[in-house]
Design a binder for this molecule. Structure first.
Ligand code: ATP
Ligand code: MG
Length: 294
């Protein structure tokens, strides 16, 4: 059976079939209201309520699929887009799969800066990113490309240093390595084939997806806050919670008191609650937002 992926007006999105990005990617797609089956070993799903087909592939193949226009969209680590050097449109950073591509050396080695590695041997699964990084410094170290367990290469005597992805740094520490410098900060990104992004019909559907993704991501960043306060405290309260624009203020059935509703960023949440109490707010209620249409 030939799957008709092209020519039916449906957008095609490639995502990682099984790996570190898969769970969050499927979670994101379901949270923006897409209805599709994602269980089992399927190769692709068609959304029932959106003109979108989802292809499940190896993450390494996603940059090329998007670059060639085999699919219109992909969700993949920025590290792979950078490595493949393929021209795609990065539409949105998605906030998961956060990691960095770093140069790391044995803990006790004398290497202090990247140029100390000009004549060294470097093991990596990211040869192009590595070559490009050192070329910009005017250096051309020997690069050994290996596909897995890069961090053991120095212990095995295979290389003097490595270039690898790290998120917490724990696997570097575990292998007695220390990071020297960061080549690239990465996270999962939504990318588009440039022609798909320029095509008015596809663009319309992509824009709908983007609006939903942004709404869900914004909602995760914010909490909805409700409180009661004396009118006299309002100026102080507004200073603590500038809100998205101005807070909503509702008179209470109690002279001199109002209810204040606003959205507040998760990051400053606890700190702000303390300040609100000091300013005179009481009965502070918090709720999570589901979608936030900015
Ligand atoms: P596939 O079988 O699809 O080729 P893979 O084994 O090559 O998968 P994963 O290990 O699942 O890839 O990693 C997928 C992506 O997750 C990476 O390209 C990177 O963007 C991101 N990532 C986040 N944290 C880390 C980390 N600590 N180490 C490696 N990748 C990470
Ligand atoms: Mg891979």
């Amino acid at each position: 059976m030939k799957i008709n992926l092209n020519g039916d007006g449906t957008l095609k999105l490639a995502i990682q079939r099984s790996g570190r990005l898969t769970e969050n990617t499927l979670g994101l797609l379901h949270s923006i209201g897409l209805d599709f089956e994602s269980y089992g070993q399927r190769l692709f799903s068609r959304c029932r309520n959106f003109p979108l087909s989802i292809l499940y592939v190896r993450d390494d193949d996603i940059p090329e699929y998007v670059g060639l226009g085999t699919v219109d969209l992909g969700i993949v680590g920025r590290n792979l887009i950078h490595e493949e050097g393929i021209a795609v449109e990065e539409l949105e950073a998605l906030g998961y799969g956060v990691c960095s591509l770093v140069v790391a050396v044995p803990k006790d080695s004398a290497f202090q800066e990247p140029l100390d590695l000009a004549n060294a041997t470097i093991a990596t699964s990211y040869p192009r990113s590595t070559r490009q990084f050192f070329a910009k410094l005017g250096a051309n170290p020997e690069i050994v490309t290996i596909s897995g367990s890069v961090e053991v290469a120095p212990t095995l005597g295979l290389a003097d240093a490595i270039v690898d992805l790290t998120s917490t740094g724990s696997s570097l520490i575990l292998n007695d390595l220390r990071p020297l410098t960061t080549i690239l900060d990465s996270e999962a990104v939504l990318v588009a084939h440039p022609a798909a992004w320029q095509d008015p019909k596809k663009r319309e559907a992509i824009d709908r997806l983007l609006l939903r993704i942004r709404a869900v991501r914004a909602a995760r960043r914010f909490k909805y806050l409700m409180m009661n306060a004396p009118v006299a405290a309002l100026d102080d309260i507004k200073r603590v919670v500038p809100g998205l624009k101005s807070p909503t203020i509702i008179p209470l059935d109690m002279p001199g008191w109002v209810a204040v509703h606003t959205a507040i960023e998760e990051e400053v949440f606890w700190e702000s609650i303390e300040k609100l109490r000091e300013a005179g707010a009481t009965e502070i209620l918090v709720s999570s937002l589901d979608k936030l249409l900015l």
